[in-house]
Design a protein around this ligand. Sequence first.
Ligand code: DGL
Length: 271
Amino acid sequence: MNSCDPIGLIDSGVGGFTVLKELQHRLPNENYIYFGDSKRMPYGERENEELISLGNAIIRELEGYGVKAIVLACNTLSSLINELSSTVPLFSVIEAGVQETLLLRERGMVGLIATTATVKNRGYEKELALLTRDLHYIAQETHTLAKVINDGKKDLDDLKHNIREAVEPILRKGLKEGVMVEELLLGCTHFPIVAGTIREIYPDLTLINPANGLMRQMQAYFKEREFFCDREYKGSTTIFITAGREISERIMDQLDLNCDNLIETELSVFE
Ligand code: DGL
């Protein structure tokens, strides 16, 4: 394995772009290969068995490109990380999100919005319980928000409605427990794409983006092993998508993402 082998990223669609953006910013010399399965999104509404097959199929795909590590830039797949198999190190946005949460708050309650599968699998709660008993998430699933973002329709009222539907129950549950929730973890990589709109509706909530923690985790990991791609010039990024070229290009523009090749493809297992 070579230190300039690419870093792989996986998501059900354009959500993982928010993670790729952080990595490109902090580790610009690395090469990246991204796989976004927009054709089969929302992953959050799928059964675990199906998610494990899809996750493993994409991991095999990325292994075929000789990646040195894989980032599960999808909370839904990260909630099943222990069921996935990989020959290279797998990084979970959930683990990163929990570490990011603990930087802001050590005890009490933090709001969490995520997909149905992430909430059902209790990915965040399990990870947090390994580190502390003093802090808890008030988790709320949303069946629709990731899809609304991935579809890229420009109906702001609909977007706001979906955001409120996810966040209001958290604030209500908090108040019932006598707590004013102050932080909201964006437990789906699609959500930071609409962080501006969430902030507009809830200016008093501090938003937590696991991508920041993930970037620090990867920096530490590669530093410890002296496994950075240590060359002078910028690395390249290839993005594979199974559908959704238009929305991918739009979000890439919005996030100012570097992309050398955007390729529409199908997972080998479905060919
Ligand atoms: N972006 C993904 C996540 O972080 C999944 C969205 C979906 O396909 O449901 O969970």
